[in-house]
Ligand binder design. Structure first.
Ligand SMILES: Nc1ncnc2c1ncn2[C@@H]1O[C@H](COP(=O)(O)OP(=O)(O)OP(=O)(O)O)[C@@H](O)[C@H]1O
Length: 289
């Protein structure tokens, strides 16, 4: 699979402040890629430079083989963007909001109805957007972003502030788009979401990429797998002990505890993406960038 996004040594400064610095990223065509990091790390800025909403100070960005600085129009025809601050026309209906963009994209009128059906918005098509929940508005934004069948979709925090069932619908949408061959570039604070959806992720901290790879690789590299033994101590009180799987024969160690019939449970605890996050992101509370 070839790379649909290539970023080389990207730096974006706001006056003297480097919001992102020397970022290098490659995204494989047809994959779901997640850019993760704490608040203010530079995720939205990275997306905005890729989609042409921000100019950048130095470096190179190639999207679909096109140079962002030279062929933004060609790129825009092939990408869809759902950003954090994107607005809908609140006084128009769902159908009108989507059809307005269909006209801008200059695609067939039947696309509006097809997309409304794809995003399960048929029963809301004549509803004013101002009456919709945040989850439904997000669905309208997703619908709007795929009217022109983009090859690459940028989703900036697509499940931020919506309930679990609406998040599930967004995840389902993302996976369906992947099945159709669309590449997805998303940002998220939800480590479980990222683990279940993304083929590759990169962590950004204070404007710099600090780790990247598949969730499986990163969990192995930065997390620790543990065995948790819950048992009754000699006074009959519940106690817990954890063993690192990388520290020798865990089952011998448990056997050496002489617990016999006092064992309540033994669980393996696999590393999570949250463990990876906490391991690669420096705690910078109180430090101003
Ligand atoms: N237009 C701007 N002018 C000056 N500084 C900016 C501007 N836009 C972003 N920044 C700064 O750049 C840094 C990166 O911001 P960015 O919005 O990219 O972070 P983020 O990772 O998307 O954060 P969040 O998770 O909170 O959305 C922050 O310190 C932010 O204050």
């Amino acid at each position: 699979m070839s790379n649909i996004i290539e970023i080389k040594n990207l730096t974006k400064s706001f006056e003297n402040f480097k919001a992102i610095e020397n970022v290098n990223l490659s995204v494989r065509s047809g994959s779901i890629f997640g850019l993760l990091g704490p608040n203010g790390a530079g995720k939205t800025t990275t997306i905005k430079t890729m989609t042409g909403r921000l100019t950048f100070s130095s470096g190179e960005i190639s999207i679909l083989g096109l140079d962002v600085r030279k062929d933004l129009k060609g790129i825009h025809q092939q990408i869809g963007v759902v950003s954090e601050s994107q607005n809908l026309y609140e006084n128009l209906t769902v159908w009108e909001n989507i059809d307005f963009f269909r006209e801008l994209y200059n695609v067939e009128k039947k696309n509006t109805d097809n997309i409304i059906e794809t995003l399960s918005l048929l029963d809301k098509r004549n509803e004013k957007v101002s009456n919709l929940s945040k989850g439904l508005k997000q669905r309208v934004l997703l619908a709007r972003s795929i009217l022109h069948s983009p090859k690459l979709l940028f989703l900036d925090e697509p499940t931020s502030g919506i309930d679990p069932s609406s998040s599930f619908e967004v995840h389902d949408f993302i996976l369906r788009m992947k099945e159709l061959g669309t590449t997805i570039f998303l940002t998220s604070h939800d480590m479980e979401e990222v683990d279940s959806l993304c083929d590759e992720v990169a962590f950004i901290d204070r404007g710099k990429i600090v780790a990247s790879g598949s969730p499986k690789y990163l969990k192995k590299k930065f997390g620790t797998n543990e065995v948790e033994v819950s048992y009754l101590d000699r006074e009959g009180k519940e106690a817990v002990q954890c063993f690192n799987m990388d520290d020798g024969d865990v089952f011998e160690k448990i056997s050496n505890m002489n617990l016999k019939d006092r064992i309540l449970s033994i669980h393996t605890k696999e590393a999570t993406m949250k463990d990876v996050f906490l391991s690669v992101i420096k705690n910078d509370k109180g430090v101003s960038r």
